[in-house]
Design a protein around this ligand. Structure first.
Ligand code: ADP
Ligand code: MG
Length: 689
């Protein structure tokens, strides 16, 4: 890839004028290599023509048409051109916002090629999101897959396409491979030059797939090579450890009103063993919602502190972080531990104070969101990082990489099995502890399905529980009323429930758009029992723990994914009294929605549900949960491309283990690539290598 001419500015390309160069720069595209490295975000399949009359299918129309007339509407700067066109099947209007120049390019009577999505509006078929090109002198319509690039304002698809094409013509064929030849052949991958050509201009879907696979492999390989070297380093280094006799752990256990379950005990023992070994721990603690992972994490923290270090507990949301902070404070402050909270909403003065205390070592445990691992947070002696339910790659990776010299013990906690793969991908290697059995005395949650028509019956049932002093959650898919969808929303339903259905009871409302202080006070009211009903969106999905809450009502349950439903249901059944979950669904759910609701009825086992989820959705769909975007991968999707990832992982670990310094002749290129573009910033390649 790294020919000198590829490092030249895009200006060397014929057709790259000043204003185009400026616009590309705005997107971070400065060199020819940058340009070739921005892969299309989509393709128009122009292998077949789709006539105007087929617009209603929602597919993009792709057809040859004749320009029948030019019309104008609006005045002054708003004056806008409409091209009236027709193909053999229908007549349509192209609304040319900011494209008055098309008047000259597309004279009346000329033949054009039209691509775009059309709608039926004001009695005509029309589109404002279309591409149109003149079909000069009997030119054939463009065929094949046409790349669609991410653009910035004022930059046209055609311009980028032409530049990429030029770049490929000028230097594309001489692009060099970065992967060792042995891998290319053993994995049957394309040479980089070919992969680049085909990813930009594939002649067919198959060609695109093969190119994508090769490029994704390459990307994941370098990612995993960095991870592998880091993991090997972790296994190699020896950290000086103070001694923990378990005194603090014993004192915590004495204060608990219950015994730890055997699974919790075993997990604690495994963790303590890791934490007294010579190398930094990398362990995943998995256990279904409500299985009691938090306590195990606290035990780990106590050992870190007793041996003279600090611990950080990272939660995915502010809400959950605050809840952890409250639980932890009530359990550990009496033992004399010094705790603090840190999140994005912590004000400057308190933040400075916390940072100073962390740096000087006058704090033992800090709890918070990913702010705990931002650039300016320096720990005196961070010995343990606990990561709870964090599925975002970017954040995980920041924790995993640590800062230079930092190599704390890592404990990752999760209630879903998918993050196991995720964790492996980011941390390289990972031991696993599992909590299988729930704390004793839990009654299984009784789950019922109901249609929207029967919602009043559900409300009646809830009213009885409220009268017994229990509390209830109501969850909705939307925060506020929407014109686009005929769905119940949290705001309107909070009104309705508090003024009519549960008049006399206090109803709280919480959703992501509230300020953090307001979220906190609403949550606090519910935790303390001052409000009886909490109306919410999925913000209550993760980890919220209010044992007196006895019923979870999810309205429009057909709209929620299986993982979310399971998490939501897990908010109740946390005490010893009987709890209920009502999944209220609108008439005529889709087949997938039906399957999800049925699965929720049939089991409460999170691992079974996760498998079912995979089956219903197919593995490619899970990607959204990982928010892979944070990882800055250009093409690969670590979840959707799990098979490629696993191959890349095996290869990378094999190479790193055999040649940790990557000094062997075939591997010097790898080392150079990692050095030049460490996938994840400084330190990613491991200072021990
Ligand atoms: P999760 O694994 O979902 O994070 P939590 O740690 O929030 O679960 O625990 C759920 C609830 O179970 C908490 O209220 C906690 O106090 C309680 N709990 C944890 N361990 C036990 C136990 N051994 N016996 C009884 N209750 C327990
Ligand atoms: Mg939890």
């Amino acid at each position: 890839m790294f020919l000198r001419e590829l490092k030249q500015p895009v200006a060397v390309l014929h057709g790259a004028g000043k204003s185009v160069i400026q616009k590309l720069a705005r997107m971070g595209i400065l060199t020819v290599a940058d340009l070739l490295g921005r892969f299309p975000r989509d393709y128009d399949d122009r292998t077949r023509s789709i006539p105007l009359s087929a617009f209603a299918t929602g597919e993009k129309v792709h057809t040859e048409a004749t320009v029948l007339a030019h019309e104008w509407f609006g005045y002054g700067r708003m004056r806008t051109l409409k091209l009236v066109v027709a193909d053999d099947t229908a007549r349509a209007v192209l609304v040319c916002f900011n494209r008055a120049f098309l008047e000259k390019q597309m004279p009346v009577g000329s033949r054009v090629l039209v691509t775009g999505k059309f709608q039926f509006r004001y009695g005509v078929i029309q589109s404002s999101a279309f591409e149109v090109e003149p079909l000069e002198g009997g030119q054939e319509p463009k065929s094949g897959m046409v790349p669609v690039y991410a653009l910035t304002e004022g930059l046209a698809q055609g311009t980028v396409r032409r530049l990429v094409k030029t770049a490929l013509e000028v230097s594309g064929s001489r692009v060099e491979d970065e992967l060792p030849p042995s891998l290319l052949s053993s994995r049957g991958l394309l040479h980089k030059a070919e992969a680049l050509r085909h990813i930009h201009f594939p002649a067919s879907v198959e060609e695109y797939r093969a190119a994508r696979e090769s490029l994704a492999y390459e990307e994941l390989f370098f990612f995993q090579l960095a991870v592998a070297r880091r993991a090997l380093y972790r296994r190699q280094i020896e950290i000086p450890r103070g001694i923990s006799t378990g005194l603090l752990e014993r004192r915590l256990r004495e204060r608990l009103p219950f015994e730890l379950t055997p699974d919790q005990d075993r997990s604690c023992a495994e963790i303590v063993q890791d934490m007294s070994g010579p190398h930094p721990m990398a362990r995943l603690l998995q256990g279904d919602v409500g299985s009691g992972k938090t306590l195990v994490a606290l035990v780990a923290c106590l050992h870190a502190v007793e041996s003279g270090g600090q611990a950080a507990i990272l939660a995915p949301t502010e809400l959950l972080a605050r809840q952890h902070a409250a639980t932890t404070a009530s359990l550990l402050e009496p033992l004399g531990l010094r705790l603090a909270f840190l999140s994005g909403t912590t004000d400057d003065a308190s933040r400075r104070e916390v940072l100073a205390a962390l740096a000087s070592g006058s704090l033992d445990i800090v709890l918070g969101t990913h702010a705990l691992f931002s650039e300016d947070v320096v720990y005196k002696n961070l010995r343990l990082a606990v990561v709870d339910e964090q599925h975002r790659f970017g954040v995980l990776q920041r924790v995993a990489m640590g800062r230079k010299g930092d190599m704390p013990d890592l404990l990752m906690m999760t209630a879903t099995p998918i993050p196991r793969t995720l964790a492996l991908t980011v941390f390289g290697d990972l031991a696993v502890s599992t909590i299988r059995t729930m704390p004793p005395g839990r009654k299984p949650i009784v789950t019922h399905l109901a249609t929207t028509k029967n919602a009043p019956k559900v409300y009646d049932f809830v009213r009885k529980l409220l009268a017994e002093g229990r509390q209830a959650y109501f969850v909705y898919p939307l925060i506020e009323e929407s014109e686009k969808a005929d769905l119940k929303d949290a705001q309107s339903m909070a009104q309705e429930l508090s003024s009519k259905v549960f008049a006399g009871y206090r109803v709280g409302l919480i959703h992501s758009r509230l300020k953090e202080v307001d979220k906190r006070s609403v949550m606090d009211d519910f935790v303390k029992g001052r409000s009886s009903v909490l109306v919410a969106t999925t913000v209550v999905e993760v980890g919220v723990d209010v044992p007196n809450a006895a019923v979870m009502v999810v309205e429009h349950a057909e709209r929620f994914g299986l993982a979310a439903l399971h998490q939501l249901r897990g908010r109740v059944g946390r005490g010893s009294a009987q709890s209920y979950c009502f999944l209220v669904y609108a008439e005529q759910p889709t087949e997938d929605a039906k399957a999800r609701l049925k699965a929720m009825l049939s089991t409460s086992d999170g691992f079974v549900l996760a498998e079912e989820d995979l089956r219903i959705r197919g593995p490619g769909e899970i990607a959204g949960t990982a928010q892979a975007g944070a990882l800055k991968l250009a093409i690969a999707d670590p979840i959707g491309d799990i098979e490629i990832l696993e191959k890349a992982r095996t290869d990378a670990f094999g190479i790193a283990a055999a040649d940790p310094g990557l000094l062997g002749s075939e591997n010097t290129v790898l080392r150079e690539v990692l050095k030049r573009a460490p996938p994840f910033g400084e330190g990613a390649t491991g200072s021990g290598a």
